[in-house]
Write a protein of this length. Structure first.
Length: 336
């Protein structure tokens, strides 16, 4: 009897175990790695083209993409509205894989003489000094006229001057006050323009550069720390770009993002925080483990008769830089 009870209990445990196993489900789907922050450095710097997207999720810097109908036209920098007609490369020492720090010089180029003169004009204090000088003259005139007004009012009390002289002098003071207000406003605008020009010049030429002795060399600096992901094969000293062109890409490699599209049925079973296993096709010997950090609530575009897919996102630490952008992987998650 005891043996029968033990056997019955064992069967019950086994049945429960099989039921739990049946309820568990492993979902596997295809994913791809992306840089969380990616910068595309392009030229011309200022264009009329539409701003485009990058594969990274977050910050975009100097990214311009021509409309599709104009992409094949290869318009010149001037036609695109650039403030420079050509970009003559003087040095571009970085290669793919090189680390860069924020504000590091990436490319040096020859600054056209007309652009250099325009920058020097913007950095001139002549307009600001002229306005300050004119303002001091007007304030001195106001002080003199007010003193004269006080004398006239005293004389008018003794009927030594005509009332019209008092009123005329008061009107002159009002006119000078309006002129003073105008000069104060113009001075503040000129000071803002000058301060902004100094900030821009410092960002271009370096914080220690004497803004009154600008070199005829322009610099393209790194907007953030990261690694060089791609460089234009024509980015060599002596090359002169005259049409729209991407020069290089910079991205952060640690951590990396993994994104995947999940069928609408599976997406209902997945939630933020679920444990996942990731195996890259290029590294089948290594399995990464992390958690789901984001599940989109809006489906990716699809036709009405097609099923919907939702994007999920995971973050992977990448201290050894083995994970490169664009690597495909299999993502597995156990759901109940």
């Amino acid at each position: 009897m005891t043996r029968m009870k033990s056997l019955s209990g064992l069967l019950a445990v086994l049945a429960l175990s099989l039921a739990a196993t049946a309820r568990a489900e492993t979902i596997t789907f295809l994913g791809k790695s992306y840089c969380p922050i990616k910068y595309e450095i392009t030229w011309p710097f200022v264009t009329k083209a539409d701003k485009g997207k990058t594969q990274g999720s977050g910050v975009t810097a100097n990214v311009y993409e021509l409309p599709k109908e104009q992409a094949a036209e290869q318009k010149s920098a001037t036609e695109l509205g650039s403030d420079m007609r050509r970009l003559l490369i003087l040095s571009a020492p970085l290669r793919v894989g090189d680390p860069v720090s924020e504000d590091q010089i990436l490319i040096t180029y020859e600054l056209p003489l007309e652009n250099l003169m325009a920058e020097k004009q913007a950095l001139s204090r002549s307009e600001l000094n002229s306005l300050e000088h004119g303002l001091s003259i007007v304030e001195n005139q106001i002080a003199q006229m007010r003193q004269h007004q006080a004398d006239l009012e005293n004389l008018a009390a003794d009927k030594a001057v005509a009332p019209n002289d008092v009123r005329f002098n008061a009107q002159e003071i009002e006119t000078l006050l309006l002129q003073r207000d105008y000069l104060i406003e113009e001075r503040e605008l000129a000071r803002q323009r000058y301060d902004n020009a100094v900030i821009i010049a410092k960002s271009k030429y370096g914080k220690d550069q004497d803004i009154h002795k600008l070199p005829r060399v322009g610099y393209i600096r790194a907007p953030s720390s990261g690694y060089v992901l791609w460089t234009n094969s024509s980015l060599v000293p002596g090359m002169a770009f005259t049409k729209q062109a991407s020069l290089l890409s910079i991205g952060r490699m640690d951590p990396m993002l993994v994104r995947a599209s999940v069928h609408e049925i599976a997406a209902q079973k997945i939630k933020v925080g679920d444990q996942v296993s990731i195996t890259f096709h290029a590294m089948p010997d290594k399995t990464y483990r992390t958690t789901i950090s984001q599940v989109d609530f809006v489906a990716q575009p699809a036709m009405l008769q097609q099923p919907s897919f939702y994007e999920i996102e995971m973050t992977l630490q990448n201290p050894d830089m083995r994970i490169k952008e664009g690597m495909r992987c299999d993502v597995s998650v156990d759901v109940n």
